[in-house]
Design a protein. Structure first.
Length: 117
């Protein structure tokens, strides 16, 4: 699976995903820092990448309805320190093989993953 890692996530997120065989690029690597949400999502769609972000704006299905984008995973975490974010990301990676990511919205918190199609 191909991912785009938002600028609000630790750089190690892309390293973690690459270490288990995924293709992961960061917003920072691609010099897209500060671009609008719409621009980022259009680029993700063009590259067929799932956006991984802490930005709760992307969880609004009125603005970003499932099926209108390649895929979004929003981490909705109480703690956003690097170690916690990476631990939650590591916990959900096995689900990438079990559940569809394309054209879905995943809302991930400490206890569960909600998938909107």
């Amino acid at each position: 699976m191909k991912f785009k890692i938002d600028e609000n996530l630790p750089a190690e997120s892309s390293e973690l995903l690459r270490s288990i065989g995924h293709d992961a690029l960061t917003i920072i690597d691609q010099k897209l820092v500060g671009k609008s949400d719409e621009t980022i999502l259009k680029i993700c769609d063009a590259e067929e990448r799932v956006l991984l972000t802490l930005d709760l704006d992307f969880s609004d299905i009125r603005s970003y309805p499932p099926g209108s984008h390649f895929g979004i995973i929003v981490l909705r975490l109480y703690r956003q320190d690097k170690s916690h974010v990476l631990a939650v990301l590591e916990r959900i990676t096995p689900l990438f093989e079990q559940e569809e990511l394309r054209h879905q919205l995943w809302i991930v918190d400490e206890d569960r993953v909600r998938i909107r199609s």
